[in-house]
Design a binder for this molecule. Sequence first.
Ligand code: 13P
Length: 300
Amino acid sequence: MTTQETAEKIQRLKQERNAVILAHNYQIPEVQDIADHTGDSLELARIASKTDYDVIVFCGVMFMAETANILCPQKTTLIPDPKAGCPLADMIDLKKLQKLQAQHPDAVTVCYVNSSAEVKAHSDVVCTSANAVKIVASIDKPIIFVPDRHLGDYAAKKTGREIILGPGWCPTHYNIDPDDIRDLKNKYPDAEVVVHPECTREILALADHICSTSQMIRAVAASSAPRFIIGTEQGLLHRLKKDNPDKEFLTPGPCLCPNMKKITLDKVLRSLETMEHKVVVPEPVRTQALTALERMLEYV
Ligand code: 13P
């Protein structure tokens, strides 16, 4: 089957199943192109929470599909490949979180959406890269921030809040070499540097824009710079190039999330044919995690 035939079959089946396809900005171009909505973690969570469709096919990684199921358990949430995990999310588990909470009993726990449902269930509020600074700024107490220590460190620096940092980091963003960004900046002094807050402090210090993936799309659209150095997963380039054919995008080496790339068009089709793989967060974890997610959604 050609890509075109697979895409057409997906569109037909989507109607039959009354399904909506949500794709994260890091998905491969063919998957982004057949999606009803592309977006960052926050946008996709919001769309999922309000959907009227019976089925959500979530093209992203497991914690994102879990978030959709937590927000709308009455719908069927499918992930085309259940092995699409997130190593950052796996760097904190309940045991580690509870140890931190026991050491800092007066602290509020803010948990990055890149985490398991169980960790969300034991947190006070969830955040994404799009709203972490805003949420941290609103809390006037010591904060345990898990699992991403780079995002937590960035939020602490922006807000002056006391933050106890969790143990995690994103291997994909961690692999970006600051020297590659410096070299590109030297070669193209008119380029703006756009990076994700999961990057290291050294990289953030080189940036003009530090933001979530969808905020990057808006920052590039609003800028008059002719070229941009993009410090995030390469899937975002598809949308950036599509929206800005007259602008140039430079990357500091390959920046690839192998988990995001596990979702293919063939797997999306199979998912709609077989109604696999269902993502169901068990109770009472779902309801407890919902409280922390709803607190986040109230912020923006
Ligand atoms: P965004 O919420 O900025 O899209 O980021 C998601 C993510 O997992 C980054 O690695």
